[in-house]
Each structure stands twice: as structure tokens, then as C-alpha cells.
Design a protein. Structure first.
Length: 611
């Protein structure tokens, strides 16, 4: 009787004393790095002594100044996918247990192929794309309820809305999907953008569930499409559960408390920079409600690394876009990136390095000879071509070319390609969720849109487009970020216009979509565009001509950025024209004689497959 009572009391105690959180919540067998650090969080949990079953070796136990945390490192080498048990003892008596699982990895997981120059990335803000499940618009206890009349509020878009419209994205010609962050964000206002995350192991319930995100990945794979997760290493939101009870004082950068970043990323490599300026770039908070994470703290760095790997395995990801990459602790972010790429050597990570000088951006790409001067390597495979973005933001309004104006700006951007260690692995774009909208800048001028998209589709690198641009969506950055993040028409029940279907699109929307779809679907099968060499020619009369070529094929692109008709003499381009006599127009389908002259209409572009 006493034995039965003891067992009953022990079971009750164990159930009552379970940790509030265990992270990662599970892990995977057969990882290249067999060491796993499991964080346990609960009231005074550090007072217990941990053991683990199945002959698994505990390599290290870290207890911090906060008794509510314990970090236990175990060796999973040669441990098969299985369940095992952590036992927490108090004076050699078991106080409670915690089951833990090593799952089986997907076959070939370590060799997964990331996104690359054969892809077209479609960027969406999920809250503004489509509302597939109105039942999750408002969640009790979350705040920031849906209100489509509030530009800076939640509108109700979700993961189901994305899944419902994958056919549309595929028809456009996109092969990879980048969504802004989907993890939980508990802020009372502005939580829709997701960059102030409050639980990095949980999808925000207003978007759906972790299982819904996995289902999105699976649906993309059925279409041979890729999924890119927007990862934030630099900061969390001030409502993050861990920020409410920090494991260590230096888990975030303290001044003490908040201090604003100076945003001067040049201090990361400027040999003349003062220590205080470099500190306020790396350690300053991005904004006051986004505590700056301290990647120089080994516990923080390992937590972020394991979380990133967990999402890759769990959601079968194909890449990361890393927010504010160059604001991180420089050495810490390099270790984070290298750890992921060591685990997945063919994965891809593109970092947001929002700078305006090619040498400064190239500094951050893996194996940069510029960074090597300072004995630094970020190990980051890809960066974003912000200087091309800068040029595209005004060049098509410049009808006359000068030494450094007009289409010359685009030419000049590519003259610096030698600075990048891997020029095919940089992201090219005309806009994103933080910039002015292309169609607003150019007042929905279709000819200027065609020139920009044709250029993005045919230059080196990985093209990315922002949702809705392909149907003419605009938005005024001057009115706030909410206006450049408008709802996609047709994403909500009752929308008068459903641009997701041909029958629902207006004639103007259909014109834009038809051009975009033809262009980007053509690009899918063009190895010469994905990996071919580039030869370009100095612009004359605001006309820019370049060729993409390999041993099998040559594509000629001519952009007339002037407001007058221009005739170009193809003899000037004999280096690339060679013995070709005609070119098939990719968009129009007609054949053009290239033996003498080609006439270009004002503000126009032609793409020719030479024959």
C-alpha cells in the first residue's frame, strides 16, 4: 500500500514539476554536429541535477545567474532516432522527468539544394497576401486584432491563404517563395510584419500552426518550388517570453537597457572607426521594442544556431533570408552562418546588407578578398544587390544619358562585379517590403515596368520580385510602410477584384501579369541566363546592350531608355553577334534581322535569342 502511494505521489510531483519550456522541443538523429544543447526553463530548475537515459553522455551543464534556466549539452553521435528521458534529481531522488525525442531526418537532408540563380523568388507579406482562414484572424490573448482599415495593423492574411494561391505564384513563373517572418509576434501594434518575434519555435496562431507551415513546404515541393524562411538573428521583440526573464544579463546588449543603433554599418570594417561608433552599430537596438541579441554570448549564439537548423529540418527549408545581417556581432554571425553551411553545404543564405557601395556589400559575401584583408570571412553565400536597386529606383525617368546619368548607372553597377566572390549568387531586385514600390515611383508606366523586369530576368544573379508588382500594385512609402504593403486584391472574401485568376483580373492587371508570366516562365529553362557569362557595351544615346552567352547559346538584350526611337548598328556588337543573322523576340515571338540595324522604340526593351 505504501509503495502504491509513493508511486502515485511521485507521478503527481513529476506532472506538476515539468519544465515550462524545453527548446529545441525535439531534435534529429544523424546530424553532422552531434552535440545538442537543450534549454530547460522552469521555476528554480537549476537546483536539480540532470541525468539522461539510453547511455547518452551529458557533456556539459550550464547554469546561469537566473535559476530558472539550465542548458544541458548531450552527445547524440550514433544515437538512432528514438525517445529518451531526462531525469532531474534533488538530493539523488528523482524530482521529475522529461521525455525527449530524436526524430529521423529526411533522406538526403544534409545535401539539400538551396535556391540559386535558376530561381525566381516571390516575396510576400503573408498578412497582406490572402486570408485563407478567417477563423484565426483574432486570437484571444494576442491583441492587435484584424482591421483592414488600419494600414499598420493586422489584416488577416495567413498560411492557408498562401497555400490556396500557390497555383497563381507558379503560373507567374516563380520557383521560390520568401515570406516575411511567420513566428509569433505578441506586440499590441504593428505585429503583422513579424520582425519583432516573441517565440522563435512557434508560428503565430494568426497565421496558422507549425503544421500549417510544414504543409506549405510540402505543397511547394509538389510543384518543385522552394521555401525560404526570413530569419532574424539581430534582435527579438520586447514581448519575447525570454526577454521577460533573461537567462543572463548579457543575453541582450545592455547600456544598461535600451540604446539606439547608429545604423552606420561601415563601422564594422572601417579601420579608422572609433570603438564607440562600432559598438553602437553592432550593439545598439534596431528600434526601442527590439532588444538587440548578443551573439558574442555562446549561449545566445548556440540557441540561434540550433533554432535555425531545427527549422531547416522540420520545415524542409531551401534557404534563409537573414534580416539586418550586417548589424550583428561580426564574429558571432560568421560562426552562426558557418555552422549552418557546414551542416548543409548546398544550402543558401542571403543576407540583407543594405549598403550603397559594391565593395562594402561584397565584403560580406563568403570568401571576399576585401574582407580577407582584415582576416575576416562571413561565410555568407549571398548578399543583396542594393546598388542595382538604387539605380533602378530612378534611372527610367532619366531620358538623357550623361557620364553618370541615365542607363549608364546600370552599366556602371555591373562594372564592379569583379568585387564579388560569387557573382551569380547575389540577389537582384527592384523593390521589397521596406523600399518604395516600383509602380508608385514610375506611376504605373508599363513600358518602364517592362524594362525593369526584363533586366532583372536577364542579368546575373537571383531575381526577386515583390508581391503584386506583376499586376501593377503600387503604394506610397511616404504614407508609411503600411501603404507599400497593401492587400493583394482577391485575397479576402468580398473583394470586388480577384487578381489571382485570369477571369478576375482587370484588363490592365492581365496585361501586366501576361507579360510577367511569359518573361519569367521563359527564364526558367535558360541555363545561359542562370550561369552564362555577361558581355556588355557602353551605352550610347541612353541605349544599353548586353549579351548573356555560353558555349551553346547567346541572348541579346537591348534597352532604349531614351524617349526617342533609336537605331543601333549591330556591327558594333560583332564580338557577340558573330555569325548570327537573326534573333527570336522572347516576348513578341517574331524574328528580327540582326545583320545591320535594329530599331528600338522609345522606352522599350527587346530580348533576342540569337539564331
Amino acid at each position: 500500500m505504501n509503495k502504491i502511494l509513493y508511486i502515485f505521489l511521485f507521478c503527481c510531483m513529476a506532472a506538476w514539476a515539468q519544465p515550462e519550456r524545453v527548446e529545441p522541443p525535439f531534435w534529429y538523429a544523424g546530424m553532422q554536429n552531434p552535440e545538442l544543447q537543450v534549454m530547460f526553463y522552469g521555476k528554480d530548475i537549476a537546483k536539480y541535477t540532470p541525468t539522461v537515459s539510453n547511455g547518452i553522455v551529458i557533456k556539459n551543464v550550464v547554469k546561469t545567474e537566473n535559476p530558472n534556466y539550465v542548458f544541458i549539452t548531450i552527445d547524440t553521435k550514433d544515437i538512432p532516432a528514438s525517445d529518451f528521458v531526462f531525469t532531474f534529481k534533488d538530493k539523488n531522488k528523482a524530482a521529475f522527468t522529461q521525455k525527449y525525442t530524436l526524430r529521423q531526418r529526411k533522406e538526403g537532408s544534409a545535401l539539400r539544394e538551396g535556391f540559386d540563380s535558376s530561381d525566381l523568388i516571390y516575396l510576400i507579406m503573408p498578412d497582406r497576401f490572402a486570408n485563407g482562414n478567417p477563423a484565426n484572424d483574432n486570437i484571444k490573448g494576442m491583441g492587435d486584432n484584424a482591421n483592414r482599415n488600419e494600414p499598420f495593423g493586422r489584416h488577416g492574411g495567413d498560411i492557408q491563404g498562401i497555400i490556396n494561391n500557390l497555383d497563381y505564384i507558379e503560373q507567374l513563373g516563380a520557383t521560390a517563395l520568401w515570406s516575411t517572418p511567420l513566428c509569433e509576434d505578441r506586440h499590441n501594434r504593428g505585429s503583422y510584419h513579424g520582425y519583432a518575434q516573441t517565440d522563435v519555435y512557434k508560428i503565430d496562431p494568426r497565421y496558422g500552426t507549425n503544421e500549417d507551415y510544414l504543409r506549405l513546404s510540402q505543397e511547394l515541393k509538389k510543384r518543385d518550388m522552394k521555401l525560404i524562411l526570413d530569419y532574424v538573428t539581430n534582435h527579438w521583440g520586447s514581448e519575447h517570453w525570454m526577454y521577460k526573464d533573461l537567462p543572463t544579463y548579457d543575453w541582450v546588449h545592455q547600456f544598461p537597457g535600451y540604446a539606439q543603433s547608429n545604423y552606420r554599418m561601415t563601422t564594422q570594417f572601417d579601420p579608422n572607426a572609433s570603438d564607440v561608433d562600432a559598438k553602437y552599430c553592432m550593439d545598439g537596438w534596431f528600434v526601442s521594442d527590439m532588444p538587440d541579441l548578443n551573439q558574442s554570448n555562446p549561449l545566445v549564439l548556440n540557441y540561434l544556431t540550433q533554432n535555425a537548423i531545427w527549422w531547416i529540418e522540420y520545415a524542409d527549408l531551401d534557404g534563409f533570408r537573414v534580416d539586418t545581417y550586417s548589424y550583428n556581432d561580426k564574429e558571432g554571425i560568421a560562426k552562426w552562418t558557418k555552422a549552418i553551411m557546414d551542416e548543409y553545404p548546398h544550402f543558401n543564405i542571403v543576407g540583407e546588407v543594405w549598403m550603397h557601395d559594391q565593395a562594402q556589400m561584397a565584403y560580406w559575401q563568403k570568401d571576399s578578398k576585401i574582407a580577407a584583408i582584415q582576416s575576416y570571412n562571413s561565410y555568407l553565400p549571398s548578399v543583396m544587390d542594393f546598388t542595382l536597386h538604387d539605380a533602378l529606383g530612378g534611372v527610367f525617368n532619366e531620358n538623357n544619358a550623361g557620364w553618370d546619368t541615365g542607363i549608364q548607372k546600370v552599366y556602371d553597377n555591373f562594372t564592379n562585379d569583379f568585387l564579388y566572390p560569387d557573382i551569380n549568387n547575389i540577389l537582384v531586385f527592384a523593390e521589397n517590403h521596406d523600399t518604395g514600390r516600383f509602380n508608385e515611383i514610375y506611376k504605373n508606366d508599363f513600358n518602364k515596368y517592362k524594362m525593369a523586369m526584363a533586366l532583372l530576368a536577364t542579368v546575373r544573379g537571383i531575381p526577386q520580385i515583390y508581391y503584386g508588382t506583376e499586376i501593377g500594385m503600387a503604394g506610397d512609402k511616404g504614407k508609411g510602410d503600411g501603404d507599400i504593403r497593401r492587400d493583394f486584391p482577391g485575397g479576402w472574401q468580398g473583394d470586388k477584384n480577384n487578381a489571382f485568376t485570369q477571369g478576375g483580373r482587370t484588363a490592365e492587371q492581365q496585361k501586366w501579369f501576361e507579360f510577367s508570366s511569359k518573361l519569367f516562365n521563359w527564364r526558367k529553362g535558360k541555363e545561359v541566363i542562370h550561369t552564362g557569362k555577361t558581355t556588355h557595351y557602353l551605352p550610347y544615346n541612353n541605349v544599353y546592350v548586353y549579351f548573356r552567352h555560353n558555349d551553346k547559346e547567346t541572348v541579346m538584350v537591348a534597352i532604349n531608355n531614351s524617349d526617342k526611337e533609336q537605331a543601333i548598328d549591330t556591327a558594333r556588337y560583332r564580338q557577340n553577334v558573330k555569325g548570327y543573322t537573326k534573333g527570336k523576340n522572347v516576348i513578341e515571338g517574331n524574328v528580327t534581322d540582326i545583320t545591320k540595324q535594329i530599331t528600338l522604340q522609345p522606352k522599350s526593351v527587346i530580348i533576342l535569342e540569337l539564331q
